[in-house]
Every structure is written in structure tokens, then in C-alpha cells.
Design a protein around this ligand. Sequence first.
Ligand SMILES: Cc1cc2nc3c(=O)[nH]c(=O)nc-3n(C[C@H](O)[C@H](O)[C@H](O)COP(=O)(O)OP(=O)(O)OC[C@H]3O[C@@H](n4cnc5c(N)ncnc54)[C@H](O)[C@@H]3O)c2cc1C
Length: 370
Amino acid sequence: MGAALALQLRDEGLAVRVVEARAGPSGERRTLALSEASRARLERVGGWPAHASTPITDIHVSQKGGPGRTVITAAEQGLTALGHTLAYAALEACLDARLRERGVAVSYGAACEAIALEEACVRVQLATGEEAQARLLVLADGGANARRLAGITYDEKDYGQVAITGPVWADRPHGGRAYERFTAEGPMALLPMEDRYAMVWTASPAEAAQTLALDDTAFLAELQARFGDRAGRFVRVGSRASYPLRLRVINTNVARRTLIVGNAAQAMHPIAGQGLNLGLRDAADAVAAIREAGHGDPGCGPVIERFRAMRRRDAGRGVLFTDLLVEAFGNDGLGMRWARGLALTALDLLPSARRSLADRMIHGSPGSAL
Ligand SMILES: Cc1cc2nc3c(=O)[nH]c(=O)nc-3n(C[C@H](O)[C@H](O)[C@H](O)COP(=O)(O)OP(=O)(O)OC[C@H]3O[C@@H](n4cnc5c(N)ncnc54)[C@H](O)[C@@H]3O)c2cc1C
């Protein structure tokens, strides 16, 4: 995410430097679903690996053991795709290549270890022994450093859930359809990705440990039992990985001469695939705040305050929406099951409600920069 913002700031004519703790590529094997708006944002800075992406043309939403289902389609939105899936590694490689092409200095193995916020500049102590200095610091480090700054704290909530991810093949083509299924044990998603699905299966830590220990045949049988046959019969599964799920929200996304973006500001449950999408909107608003101030001093007070004001609504709503989904669909009382069924049925019957939900998922709250 920091790389995408660095490219945008470079396009604004600013001198930008990226410092990255990793010595090289992350080796992350996850698949990301990004909205059509995020694709457009990344494409504008040459950071969209089109060859590696798969369009999502519709999303089927259902709950296990309860009534109601709905399908949200791109056609209803007047779009060719609601979003796109792509490998995290492909996005990372594309952004890295673009940074090099655009002459943005990137220092790998240069973890930020200490930060001093001064009146006219920020000083950052790097693991390489070097001290870097800038008028504006953007923390896009997933939350590693913000706690070092006076007055910055996080609110955290452990969902008591683990996401199991991995590639799954079915006996029939996905046709661009993504599935979101709510079950008593936690939500699961199957996202169309090239010739297969990218699976996100959430479970309690104990259930996840058992599921991860299953061999491929037993795993596929478990998946089929939990997911049903709406996507066909699952015939193959690749290697699995797991991620503990927490909500972590910062008390302010700004400090003197500092903007805090992406997971460093808000790390969410992946239920609605909102994390990086929201982070890219943070980036767009950071650029807009700097542009509005006329490019004088990108770290001056008005830029910092403007960014805070711009992000309050969209980031707050994104976090709230995701958390509500987890709580509402995580509660398996009979009453809640019927309430969810009613909500899904209402959504299915009301095209305007589907359009409004899809619009929010794609673009965020009204007012975010394009
Ligand atoms: C299972 C799962 C599925 C998900 N699916 C989706 C999805 O479909 N769609 C979506 O939009 N989001 C999804 N997300 C969320 C998404 O992955 C994150 O929101 C996104 O990766 C956050 O990007 P970021 O750049 O803010 O932070 P990170 O990805 O955490 O990157 C932070 C970077 O900062 C570097 N760093 C750390 N410490 C330092 C330091 N001290 N100095 C310098 N550099 C440092 C790290 O090495 C890293 O490169 C998912 C998350 C999970 C767990």
C-alpha cells in the first residue's frame, strides 16, 4: 500500500523515499480481492498487473442453516466487473517494478527503529544505522511504529477466529462468481481466481488447527460439507496458510508531520475484503490533502488536519460495517438467523438496496478522493 502511495506522491512531483523492513519480496501467497475503484486507482499509477487479475462479475451471498440469499451483479451496477482478484505477490512485484521505473528510491532491509517529530521535519532512525529526514512521514507499516509516537494508541478486539486460506479447484468453471457464505463457525469466501477459487475459511483457533491438520481428501470433504455444492464439487486443494483475525483501530490517523495509512490505521477482519481497498482510499485522500494545500510543505499542519477530516467518515464506516458483519453473522441464535435471512431476502428483492451496498463496497463513503 505504501508503494502505491509513493507512486502517487511521485506523480505529484514530490521527492519520495520508501524505507522497507523486508530484505526482499514478502513471499506472501494470499489472494486479494480489490474493488473496481481500487483497480482504477492502481492503474493510474501503472501499478495494476492486468495480466494477473481475474474479474469478479457477481457475488452470491448466503447463510448455512438459515433462509435468504442474494446475488449482486456487475451488470446491475453498469460495470463489467465488481472487482478483481489477484495474487498479493503479483501486485507487490508490479508496484516494485514501477517504483524502480519512476526512480523512487527504495531501501530494503531498512526498518524504521525510532522517530523524532520536530517542528520543521521528521527524523527517522533506520536499522541500517542511517538517519533519514523528511518534511512528511507516512506510516504505511501495518502498525509497527505508530505506538512510538506520543498520544497514539490502538483499540483492539480479538475475534477469536483464524482465517485459513488456499487455492481450491471445483469440477465446473467459476464463471467469475464469488461466494460469501455465513456459517455458525464463521464466514467463508470463495473468490474466482484464474482456473480456481481462492478460499478464505474462518474458524475458531481450535477448529482451524484441526482443519489445517487434515490431508487433502479430508479437507475437501470438510469444505464441501460446510459450503454445499453451489460452486460444484471440490476436486483439488493447494497448500493452506492461516492468519489470526483481530480488529485494530488507531485513535488518530495523524500526528505532527505524519500521516498514518492502511493497516497501520485500521486492520480489519477480511470478511468483506475491505482492508487494502480502504488503505488505497487513505492513500488517495492523502494525495488530495497535499494537492489542496498547493504543494508548499506536504507535512504542514493544514495538510495533516485536512487528511484527518477527510478520512474520519469513510474509515470509520468501513471499520464499523466490517465489524457489524462479523458480529451479526457470527451470532447463531435462531432469531439472528431469521433476521439475517430477512435482510438477505430484502436485499434480493430490492435492486436499489443491492446497488447502494455494492456502490459502498466499491467506492467507500461519499466524499473520498477518486
Ligand atoms: C486472510 C486475509 C485476507 C485478506 N483479503 C483481503 C482482500 O481480499 N481485499 C482487501 O482489500 N484486503 C484484504 N486483506 C487485508 C489486506 O491484506 C491488508 O489490508 C493490506 O495488506 C494492508 O496493507 P498495508 O500496506 O497497509 O500493510 P502491510 O501489508 O502490513 O504492509 C506493511 C509493510 O510495512 C513493512 N514494515 C513493517 N514494519 C516496518 C518498519 N519498522 N520499518 C519499515 N517497514 C516496515 C512490512 O515489511 C510491510 O511490507 C486480507 C487480510 C487477510 C489477513
